[in-house]
Design a protein around this ligand. Structure first.
Ligand SMILES: NC(=O)c1ccc[n+]([C@@H]2O[C@H](COP(=O)([O-])OP(=O)(O)OC[C@H]3O[C@@H](n4cnc5c(N)ncnc54)[C@H](OP(=O)(O)O)[C@@H]3O)[C@@H](O)[C@H]2O)c1
Length: 313
């Protein structure tokens, strides 16, 4: 077990010799550009060393500006920060993968990202419209490209140095198995919704056996109902260990062997969320075995349509 003071600095070794990723990560799915810039700076200043963004969040430019500002301050260098971005569904065609990655790098003002993820396994009609719909409002999928085709193009990006590692997001176990079996470069990270209401034990076990890091998003349940931070088991443990419910949830995620992403626009919560420490083993067991509710907050994994990003009218 990690020393309580060190849990927040836990690092997870990635396969393919692509280094290590801090377990405790900060996500930038924040609709407002000014809030995104401020939150990214606050997260880096609080100690977070993983910053997650995506072409689809439309936050790459603000994240890039915030990082540059912090790097210019001199205390934190590019090499200290693990940057993640994602290929959107409309760019799954192999010939679109490299231009999409390069466009992300330009916005982020970076030479490479540490991790590039296929945002969802669903290919949408290629083009500039990120949310292509037919006259009836149904998503237009692209049946002319497979996940394996896109993966091969992602492997090309590693070889060209545009990203250090590649991975999958919003996938189920069968899709991870399919790519692991077909890949030359295996996924380093599988990024999915996970928290005590959606522990994804089978996926986590598979990832462990195959040297893949599972990165849990919505680690606090995205403030959605039923609120995880108000779960009676979490509240009781928080009181017992003299930590906040959010700190308990984040510690649980790291101690059970996942990386995680959490988000806040609020500087004091950002500091709170970095200040995690090790939970006693019985508290870990109580969360893992005692919480029986099962809730998925984000349906993106079923359709490829983002659950936490409002649709433009
Ligand atoms: N691949 C995907 O499809 C996908 C989908 C969703 C998310 N993600 C990534 O994962 C990241 C994290 O997801 P998430 O936004 O759902 O994370 P989350 O941390 O579960 O939820 C964020 C919400 O929790 C609140 N919060 C933060 N700290 C808190 C605290 N200490 N106490 C109480 N409430 C707190 C925030 O409110 P305030 O801002 O008001 O503090 C915000 O409403 C995203 O930013 C994104 O990078 C990926």
């Amino acid at each position: 077990m990690a020393n309580p003071d060190d849990l927040r600095y836990t690092k997870m070794v990635l396969n393919n010799g692509s280094g290590a990723m801090p377990a405790l990560g900060f996500g930038t799915l924040i609709p407002d550009p000014v809030a995104t810039r401020n939150a990214t700076k606050a997260a880096l200043e609080a100690g977070f060393r993983v910053i997650d963004t995506a072409e689809r969040y439309r936050t790459e430019r603000e994240v890039g500006e915030a990082m540059q500002e912090v790097f210019q301050g001199g205390k934190i260098k590019r090499g200290d920060v693990f940057v993640i971005t994602k290929l959107w569904n409309t760019n799954h065609r192999p010939e679109r993968v490299k231009p999409a990655c390069e466009a992300s790098l330009k916005k982020l003002q970076l030479e490479f990202v540490d991790l590039y993820l296929i945002h969802t396994p669903f290919a949408f009609q290629p083009g500039d419209d990120q949310d292509p719909r037919d006259a009836k409002g149904n998503v237009i999928y692209d049946r002319g490209v497979t996940l394996q085709d896109t993966w091969r193009a992602m492997e090309g990006l590693v070889k060209e140095g545009k990203c250090k590692a590649i991975g999958l997001s919003d996938v189920g176990l069968p899709q991870v198995q399919e790519i692991v079996e077909a890949a030359t470069i295996k996924p380093a990270v599988v990024h999915v919704e996970s928290h005590p209401y959606l522990p994804e034990w089978d996926l986590l076990n598979y990832c462990r056996k195959n040297g893949i890091v599972l990165q849990a998003f919505a680690a606090l349940g995205h403030s959605s109902e039923p609120k995880l931070v108000e779960d009676p088991v979490i509240l009781a443990i928080a009181k017992l260990v003299n930590k906040t419910p959010a700190q308990v949830l984040l510690a649980w995620a790291i101690q059970r062997g996942t990386a995680l992403l959490t988000t806040s626009k609020n500087p004091s919560r950002i500091q709170e969320n970095f200040d995690v420490s090790t939970l006693p083993e019985d508290a870990m067991r109580e969360i893992s075995d005692g919480i029986k509710s099962r809730v998925r907050f984000n349906a993106v994994v079923e359709t490829g349509v983002p659950g936490f990003i409002p649709r433009k009218k």
